[in-house]
Design a binder for this molecule. Structure first.
Ligand code: IPM
Ligand code: MG
Length: 372
């Protein structure tokens, strides 16, 4: 029997291309695993009304971790239009399967390293090495939303909050509401993960990013909780910044920051910004990590126009594979893989189009495999 069972979830579009690349390096590493394919993505939405069928979740529960490619997501109305006829008008609502996976498996920590590998022509500046810790299950992406706002909900809010009344004039059918519910527990957890990582890897600081001057309750909770957690790590300074200013400062002074920690949506935005500093989404990998399970993915989308063309950069996927190896405790293999990737980037002989080359997705993976 293989040492590990890995759920294999290519998903949509170029997800399939980059997962093939991942397999090339895993095989070259002689990683001892059984890969179990799982249904996820747009096809299953269209034909079954569920982009993340229950059988996939059940299958995943039998595995040690999952590798995930990419997913096509569309807004509510557009998604509903693409359903097979027999599924239309059943009130089915599309909800991003990756966001659901994070919630179903309580993958509370989204870790996103952003490192400028030397020689990458797309680096904003050499030497950038940031890690974003994004709370992954609640906050603005918690999924508690209304449109229209039900009368009872409106009435309760109106009773408890003086600012609600002014919205009545528009009519409930014209009001949409997305909530940002945050728990002290999850704030504490994500900040603790950030500090633990900083401590383990000798990082110099942790910066908590929110907007507590406006989002007084949720932002306030995050920042106050971060201060509490920071007391346990007297050697690592905690900086506090506002999301808007942080976006500017990250461009201005990227070397002032090290580990960044934020709520779900702010972390989402911040991690794309940080990714661009080190070459863009072709280099951005993520671990969605829970207590006993984790899903690893490149953070780029499914890029439908490039699907099946083996054009896109597999490095984000390969770095996600490295994160998986580390998480499983196969850190030697993780290091070998990272250094092979770094060598290929530095040599610059085999590159996809985004890096100015004309090699295919799989040629890059094969070159990385050779360096192993
Ligand atoms: C990400 C992506 C997802 C997110 C989308 C595809 C739902 O942007 O992983 O950052 O917002 O979390
Ligand atoms: Mg994102």
């Amino acid at each position: 029997m293989a040492k590990y069972k890995i759920a294999w979830l290519p998903g949509d579009g170029v997800g399939k291309d980059v997962m093939e690349a991942a397999r090339i390096v895993l095989d070259a590493l002689k990683f001892d695993a059984e890969y179990i394919p799982g249904d996820i993505g747009w096809e299953f939405w269209k034909h079954e009304g569920d982009p993340l069928p229950k059988r996939t979740i059940e299958m995943m529960k039998q595995t040690d971790a999952a590798l995930f490619g990419a997913i096509t997501s569309k807004p509510k109305e557009e998604a509903a239009k693409e359903l097979d006829d027999h599924l239309k008008d059943k009130g089915l609502v599309y909800f991003s399967p990756i966001v659901r996976l994070r919630q179903e498996f309580n993958l509370h920590t989204n870790m996103r390293p952003c490192k400028a590998y030397p020689g990458n022509p797309l680096n904003y500046k050499e030497g950038i090495d940031l890690v974003v810790f994004r709370e992954n299950t609640e906050g603005l992406y918690g999924g508690v939303e209304f449109h229209p706002i039900p009368q009872e909900v409106f009435d309760v809010l109106d009773k408890h909050h003086p600012k609600m009344g002014k919205f009545r004039q528009y009519g409930l059918e014209n009001l949409a509401m997305s909530t940002r519910i945050m728990s002290r527990q999850k704030c504490e957890n994500i900040v603790r993960q950030a500090f633990e990582y900083a401590k383990k890897h000798g990082r110099k600081s942790v910066t908590v990013v929110d907007k507590p001057n406006v989002l007084r309750e949720t932002g306030g909770l995050m920042v106050r909780t971060a201060r509490e957690v920071a007391k346990n790590y007297p050697d690592i300074p905690l900086y506090e910044t506002n999301i808007d200013a942080q976006a500017m400062w990250l461009l201005k002074n990227p070397f002032d920051y090290d580990i960044l920690v934020a709520e779900n949506m702010f972390g989402d935005i911040l991690s794309d910004l940080a990714a661009q500093l080190v070459g863009g989404l072709g280099f951005a990998s993520a671990g969605n990590i829970g207590d006993n399970y984790a899903v690893f993915e490149p953070t780029h989308g499914s890029a439908p126009k490039y699907a099946g063309q083996y054009k896109v950069n597999p490095i984000a996927m390969l770095l996600a594979t490295k994160l998986m190896l580390d998480w499983l405790g196969e850190t030697k293999d993780g290091e070998r893989l990272e250094s092979a990737i770094a060598t290929v980037i530095k040599e610059g002989k085999v590159r996809t189009y985004d890096m100015g080359g004309n090699n295919t997705t799989l040629e890059v993976a094969e070159e990385v495999a050779r360096k192993l």
